[in-house]
Design a protein around this ligand. Structure first.
Ligand SMILES: NC(=O)c1ccc[n+]([C@@H]2O[C@H](COP(=O)([O-])OP(=O)(O)OC[C@H]3O[C@@H](n4cnc5c(N)ncnc54)[C@H](O)[C@@H]3O)[C@@H](O)[C@H]2O)c1
Length: 361
């Protein structure tokens, strides 16, 4: 007989619907409950998405009283920490949306509690399921590039600033970095094997978000819309990271890996004002190397595919629970991503390079 998993959803806004639809497509999952702090919102969500038998709650702690195997955490960033820790302490496996948390300290506690409870804490970076992202990781890890000593990543939208909870510092923690920058960081750091960051020197600004010509909620805009950073990584590597929600430019440049034996250049897929970032996939992959002192430029074909990467990430969480596997995108790894964002915010605030310390967990 098929084992049916009971799943809960915490936060019932935009992305929660994508989680619910992914679970609804599975014949071995039941959405047992939904919680949202806005009274009535979870109930309306359950009705709208046709989640038969699901119970609605205003407080995630009441949801956690149910006999659940796992929860999807779909709250604004600031609530990822509290809801994840409470879920793990209630013996539920956790799929938390990106970014992991708002501060490094919060992320550390989440990872510590997951370890102590022996529960999955996986983070929602669906581009990991894109075969082209997997090809990049495969190429970088193959050794063909030699020792990769420099990477640059990030990207930018000409115009693409969200509003609401995404621009409220208390709820989002950070702006473009937490929203789209974390995808660029994951692309490069995952390919490099998540080397530890040592120091960061950064600058952030919000000239567009706070200008009513460019943003309808300029008076409420509290986060960065642009960030640039130089991050020293262990193993004699350096990462140049830049991200922008809005700019007078078409691109902030490709993602590059420079190695002692070869280089790799990637451009993002997509077009239009919201393109130029890595949650939309890879547009081209080129490799540069020498053969007998002749420069060789190779185009690596980008695969067209029909994988629903969002559903693939949710499915992988379910499979990991059912088969007792480790977290598909471990919180422990994404802590490094969080530490870099945390370091960028600290460095830009004081205008100096800062050290990054990630405690051993
Ligand atoms: N992976 C992706 O493609 C993707 C896309 C968009 C957003 N996200 C992430 O998903 C998260 C949510 O984004 P969204 O666009 O759905 O936001 P949203 O504002 O539409 O929805 C968040 C919901 O959470 C509720 N909420 C807030 N605090 C809560 C708490 N303590 N307990 C229960 N409910 C609570 C809010 O009332 C709201 O209904 C963010 O972290 C964001 O970064 C991921």
């Amino acid at each position: 007989m098929t084992q049916i998993l009971n799943i809960g959803i915490i936060g019932s806004g935009g992305i929660a619907a994508a989680h619910a639809r992914a679970y609804l497509d599975m014949n071995d999952v039941k959405i047992a409950g939904v919680a949202d702090v806005i009274p009535g919102k979870a109930e309306e969500f359950i009705k709208r998405l046709g989640l038969e038998g699901a119970q609605a709650f205003d407080d995630h702690k009441d949801l956690l009283e149910l006999d659940l195997d796992g929860v999807s955490i779909c709250t604004p960033n600031v609530a990822h920490h509290r809801t994840s820790v409470d879920s793990l302490l209630a013996d539920k496996h956790v799929l938390v949306e990106k970014p992991l948390a708002v501060t490094l300290d919060q992320g550390v506690e989440m990872v510590q509690v997951a370890k102590q409870q022996q529960k999955i804490l996986t983070v929602g970076f669906q581009p990991r399921y894109d075969p082209n992202m997997q090809a990049v990781k495969d190429i970088v890890r193959s050794g063909e590039l030699g020792n990769v000593y420099y990477a640059q990543t990030g990207g930018g939208r000409r115009r693409g600033m969200p509003g609401g909870t995404f621009v409220n510092k208390g709820l989002a923690g950070a702006g473009a970095m937490a929203d789209i920058g974390c995808y660029s960081l994951d692309l490069v750091l995952n390919a490099l094997g998540y080397p530890k960051p040592l120091t960061v020197s950064a600058f952030t600004s919000n000239h567009f978000g706070t200008n009513s010509i460019y943003h309808p909620e300029a008076d409420k805009f509290e986060v960065e819309d642009f960030g640039v950073a130089m991050i020293r990584l262990e193993g004699g590597k350096v990462l140049n990271f830049k991200i922008s929600w809005a700019m007078h430019m078409d691109s902030l440049g490709p993602t590059l890996f420079l190695g002692t034996d070869g280089g790799l250049k990637l451009t993002p897929a997509g077009s239009g004002p919201w393109s130029g970032v890595w949650d939309g996939g890879i547009g081209s992959i080129s490799m540069y190397h020498d053969i007998n002192n002749h420069h060789v430029d190779t185009t690596i074909p980008v695969q067209t595919h029909t994988i629903d990467i969002f559903k693939a990430k949710v499915r992988d969480f379910v499979v990991a629970i059912k088969e007792g596997k480790p977290a598909p995108i471990p919180g422990e790894e994404i802590l490094i991503n969080q530490a870099i964002i945390d370091g960028i915010l600290r460095s830009s605030e004081i205008g100096k390079e800062v050290d990054i310390h990630i405690p051993v967990i």
